[in-house]
Write a protein that binds this ligand. Structure first.
Ligand SMILES: NC(=O)c1ccc[n+]([C@@H]2O[C@H](COP(=O)([O-])OP(=O)(O)OC[C@H]3O[C@@H](n4cnc5c(N)ncnc54)[C@H](OP(=O)(O)O)[C@@H]3O)[C@@H](O)[C@H]2O)c1
Length: 337
């Protein structure tokens, strides 16, 4: 590390009102932190953009503590150990963890838990399909969805990081897979490149009419990433004993005021169905086993993954806004220059 290095950082400047704005984050510079006893100094190479970051900007405790104004913006990232006072993580070790929107951070491996990855896995893969969103797809679909051969599986947010992987796992399990996504190009990608059976462009097509045409006998698994109207449309079409996997609800993350509940939830009773949410970190002990299986599928060409990578740490706020505008196909991340 050269002596003129600085730590560029984005901090929470304001709690978003409605749609998150670039000005909700403020840029600053500070000295590079010093690794104390038992600690390592990590240089960030890639920063992940995740919908949950919007919730953490609010003053609301849910499954993680809210950020305070002035805190470094929390973000998943991948990087490299540059200095080490910890034999578990020698210099050069590649690591991922919640390093935040900044060039440098220090960790003793516990205050910011570190996952290591080998040099033959690129950081984009480590953060994406073998990282949080890949694990979310894996456990959400397999543990909560419990797919069976012949099931009709419908996924919203299907061309995003989580949906694109969950849909391919459903194909591997012998399901008929329908993706819902926000452009014709994303729908083409789902069918032509990822092998989905069908896709619906929710911005241009009537989702209910398309589902009635594509799966007249109903939906066995609905993997929900968006909530809102699309959740309601799918609830109206669940089959007997369906599983509704509540993974996320991005359509609600930037709204203000009370959010209407699903109107069609009573179909869960008529169809003896189950609707269940989950948080991926509850499966952390099994990430090793799941990423090994995922890697086997990738190596065998059974799972494809893609990332939208934006260059430059200074573009982090703009890219966070664009996540909610659907800029990404697959995983969205920023490469730190
Ligand atoms: N339960 C868990 O543990 C867990 C863990 C990770 C993520 N999640 C959730 O999983 C979901 C997907 O996360 P991800 O990281 O994979 O993000 P992502 O799907 O890669 O990116 C977000 C996508 O959502 C779509 N979108 C944005 N606003 C929308 C709206 N109002 N209505 C419908 N679609 C909208 C956009 O695609 P279009 O072009 O298709 O609109 C955008 O590309 C999120 O809800 C997230 O909170 C849950």
């Amino acid at each position: 590390m050269s002596s003129n290095e600085i730590n560029r950082q984005f901090r929470l400047a304001a709690r978003p009102k409605g749609m998150v704005k670039e000005s909700d984050l403020s840029y600053g510079e500070s000295p590079v932190p010093i690794a104390g006893p038992g600690e390592v100094l990590i240089r960030t190479r890639y920063v992940s953009l995740d919908p949950s970051m919007r919730g953490q900007m609010e003053n609301r405790a849910d499954y993680v503590a809210p950020l305070q104004i002035g805190d470094v913006m929390r973000a998943g990232a991948a990087g490299e150990v540059i200095e080490s006072n910890n034999p578990r993580f020698p210099i050069g070790t590649l690591v991922s963890g919640s390093f935040g929107m900044q060039d440098w951070c220090v960790s003793d491996g516990n205050n910011i838990p570190l996952r290591t990855f080998p040099p033959d896995i690129d950081p984009v893969t480590a953060l994406g399909v073998l990282g949080g969103t890949g694990m979310t797809a894996y456990f959400g679909l397999l543990e909560i969805g419990q797919p069976r051969v012949g099931d009709v599986v419908v996924l919203s947010g299907a061309a995003g990081a989580t949906g694109s992987i969950a849909g391919q796992i459903a194909k591997l399990k012998g399901c008929f897979v329908i993706g819902i996504a926000g452009s014709a190009e994303k729908c083409r990608w789902l069918i032509d490149d990822l092998g989905f059976d069908a896709a619906i462009n929710y911005k241009a097509q009537n989702v209910g009419e398309e589902l009635d045409r594509l799966c007249p006998n109903g939906i066995n698994i609905y993997f929900d990433n968006v909530g809102g109207e699309i959740l309601d449309t799918c609830l109206a079409r669940i089959a007997m004993n369906a599983r509704v996997v509540i993974c996320g609800g991005i359509s609600r993350y930037n709204t203000t005021g009370p959010i209407p509940g699903p109107r069609n939830y009573f179909n869960l009773v008529y169809r003896r169905a189950r609707m269940e949410g989950f948080i991926v970190i509850d499966y952390a002990r099994r990430f090793g086993e799941a990423s090994r299986e995922m890697k086997e599928w990738i190596d065998a060409g059974l799972i494809k993954h893609q990332a939208t990578v934006v260059d430059g740490l200074r573009n982090l706020p703009k890219t966070l806004v664009q996540l909610f505008e659907g800029v990404n196909t697959g995983k969205l991340m920023v490469r730190v220059d």
